[in-house]
Unconditional design. Structure first.
Length: 182
């Protein structure tokens, strides 16, 4: 049975749930695999510390991120320079622990021509291909703890498997490229 996760100010008679608490609870339930897709990350160190501890305690836990590595308006840097900057920033601000997760991105976001540029805009957490959370919240402190955000938590394994297989297929087809490890 799907559950709504609605974060934000309380409204009389309408149950809300804290997106941050739901996501952290999901991370703690992981035994084999965590798949994360997100558009924006800010202060990820605080958001992913519990997951990093879980991975440290269980080295076989596979953690895979799918992120948007954008070419900002007016940025004429080389694609490789943007990728390197993003990789360094992610390792410093969002996942400074060892071992690093696998991180994938959609290289179409780096196109120099705006007409063909695309974003990885999905916000998804999949736990062990059995739990699926899809929502509006980015992986930022504001989105996880203050903003008005809505998501759906679903414990229907075939849906979790289907979304996980979609991202896996994108990786295998080369649509998503692996961010270089530093």
């Amino acid at each position: 049975m799907p559950e709504l996760v609605m974060s934000g100010p309380d409204v009389a008679g309408v149950p809300t749930a804290d997106t941050h608490a739901v996501v952290q609870s999901l991370f703690q339930q992981a035994e084999a695999e965590v798949l994360i897709a997100g558009y924006a990350f800010y202060n990820g160190r605080a958001l992913f510390e519990g997951l990093a501890s879980k991975k440290s305690a269980n080295p076989n836990l596979k953690v895979t991120f799918h992120v948007d590595v954008p070419r900002r308006h007016g940025d004429t840097s080389s694609t490789d320079a943007i990728i390197l900057r993003y990789s360094q920033d992610f390792r410093e601000r969002h996942w400074p622990w060892t071992p690093p997760p696998e991180i994938y991105f959609d290289s179409r976001a780096l196109e120099t021509e705006a007409k063909v540029r695309a974003s990885l805009h999905a916000k998804v957490v999949i736990i062990d291909r059995r739990l699926l959370f899809i929502g509006s919240a980015n992986f930022t402190e504001a989105a996880q703890q203050r903003n008005i955000e809505i998501g759906v938590l679903c414990s229907v394994p075939y849906l979790a498997e289907r979304v996980g297989s979609y991202f896996e297929g994108l990786r295998k087809a080369g649509q998503l490229r692996r961010l270089p490890a530093l």
